[in-house]
Design a protein around this ligand. Sequence first.
Ligand code: ZN
Length: 363
Amino acid sequence: MLGNLSCLHNSIFLSVRWFAVLYCFLAGWQLSAQTAIRSKHFIFYSTPENLKTVERGLQRLEELRAAIQALHGKQWASTSPLRIWMPANEAAWKKFAATNAEQGIFVSGQGQDWVVVNPWSQNFLEVLSHEYIHAVLNRTLPNLPTWFEEGICEYYSNLLLRRKGARFEVVVGQPPARHQKLLDGIPSIDINQLAGQPMRIDTYASAWAVAYHLWPGYREGDKFPAKLSIGPFPPRIIPIDFEAPERTQSLLSRREINELELEFRNQFPSANQPVEAETAQAEANFIEGLRLSDLGQTLQAIPLLEKACALRPSNSTWWTALALAYQENKQTIEARQAIEKAIATAKNETESTAAKSLQKSIN
Ligand SMILES: [Zn+2]
């Protein structure tokens, strides 16, 4: 009877291990399965899971493009197609961001312009709009002071487009929610001070306020006042001759995606490399750890599995494999902690069931 029970347990463990192996490869495959969608003036590269976000992003960009052209003239547009790149995860995004506060970047390359956005950004459409305005200003007013350019990008980031009877109107000049509180506390802005400092998260509010007061009337080369009283900020409603953009969106072929990836790697060589190296290292650690674990060499397997989990902590099946190795090595406390992580990071029913069935055998 005892022998049979132990057989049963072994088969459960083996199936857990098989799930782990299967998912390791499946996850690796998903990581490289990227998708890119083209609208009339943009190409948006991302992962298949972000399809809905990408569609919304493209629609926003086409509408913003048309609205800005209606406000300022036909030349007020970015290069076309502007390439938008959304990394697969936050770790990959961090290779691009200079600071934690940064949510998007615009880079003008040879012949192609790129916007890279944080996939976890809370105000995704505003970030995307902000970066698009950088791409427009880069062509139309390339010599703006940085702080003022940032202010204009913020000014249009929450541009609202709405239908008014048979026509359209835009609403601009509403302080973005993230700036409202800061703006309440500052009646005036020392522009010399603003211009003399690097941009920080709180200075975007000041830059927005200066743009609110000076922007639409600003001409290239105009002098800025040293100090500017700010507020109140009533919204500006402007009727426009707006031609609704085409809604067509189509998937790029595998070959086109490969070319896009190549262009991107040429544009951002250093930013791209470490992510791949890190991912490859995590997977190599995991596979070797699993192999040793299968041979019963859990003592040698554990440090490798620990390293893999530390590098990719969102991978439930890896935590399950680590928990199993701990359990076989009689490290019950560590096994419990690892299996809790496996349950917390499970992305689907299969991962969750595998982790929970192992948890039962640990407790
Ligand atoms: Zn910016």
